[in-house]
Ligand binder design. Structure first.
Ligand code: ATP
Ligand code: MG
Length: 223
């Protein structure tokens, strides 16, 4: 699904200052895989996701996602890519959500932009993330974890093949982080959607071990 080779991103601050945010990254992500990338603050996690999501262009190297060369894609094709191939869950929740709309209106919005009025689908997606009771609640009446789950439902609105989540458990407690990570796993398994999560939260490692043990257990039963 994703191939990065020697990927570089240099931000030019002014004539004399440059920041090298990615210095030759190699990465392969298979279709249907759930990939967690853990790194310190400032290590280039958001930069990487912005490149993968087509929000910013790499400075050099190779980057293909779902067969598309993101360094060469035209502006028009990049817009199509952002709308149809990727779903994004931003680090800053204010960027994911519109506070004066209800949960269901928030999820409907990306579908309206594509000219598809799909209240039913918005409701289905909210059910999938476990928010059956909160569909008509205004966003500011929801807890942080519930808002995060609305953001996940929004990211799924246009049936993306790739889901990118930037620090999805950054502002929730451990219990809620558990729920959110398990939800990603469920979406990965049920929709066969490729997921990349970047975080500095090492709870993801514990979750990964738990999922792995669960899978091993399932296979033993099957054999
Ligand atoms: N638009 C920008 N202009 C200039 N420098 C930037 C820009 N975006 C990021 N940087 C710099 O690039 C480096 C990587 O930033 P990035 O946001 O990717 O880190 P991060 O790993 O996501 O950190 P955090 O965990 O704090 O979110 C940092 O040194 C940052 O200051
Ligand atoms: Mg970041």
């Amino acid at each position: 699904m994703i191939t990065c080779e020697n990927l570089m991103k240099i931000y030019k601050i002014d004539d004399e200052m440059e920041v090298m945010a990615l210095q030759g990254l190699d990465l392969e992500v298979e279709k249907g895989e759930i990939m967690g990338i853990i790194g310190n603050s400032g290590s280039g996690k958001s930069t990487l996701l912005n490149m993968l999501g087509g929000l910013d262009r790499p400075t050099a190297g190779k980057l293909t996602v779902d067969g598309k060369d993101l360094l060469r894609l035209s502006e028009k094709d990049l817009v199509k890519y952002k709308l149809e191939t990727v779903g994004f869950i931003w680090q800053n929740n204010a960027r994911n959500l519109i506070p004066y709309l209800s949960a269901v209106e928030n999820v409907e919005l990306p579908m309206l932009l594509k000219g598809r009025h799909k209240r039913e689908r918005a409701k289905k997606l909210l059910e999938m993330v476990g928010l059956n009771q909160q569909m008509n609640s205004k966003l500011d009446k929801l807890s942080g974890g519930e808002q995060q789950r609305v953001a996940i439902a929004i990211s799924l609105a246009n049936n993306p093949r790739l889901l990118l989540a930037d620090e999805p458990t950054g502002s929730v407690d451990t219990k809620t982080a558990n729920i959110i990570l398990d939800l990603f796993r469920k979406l990965n398994r049920e929709l066969n959607i490729t997921i990349v999560i970047v975080t500095h939260d090492t709870q993801l490692i514990k979750k990964w071990i738990e999922w792995f043990r669960f899978e091993m257990g399932r296979h033993q039963v099957n054999f």
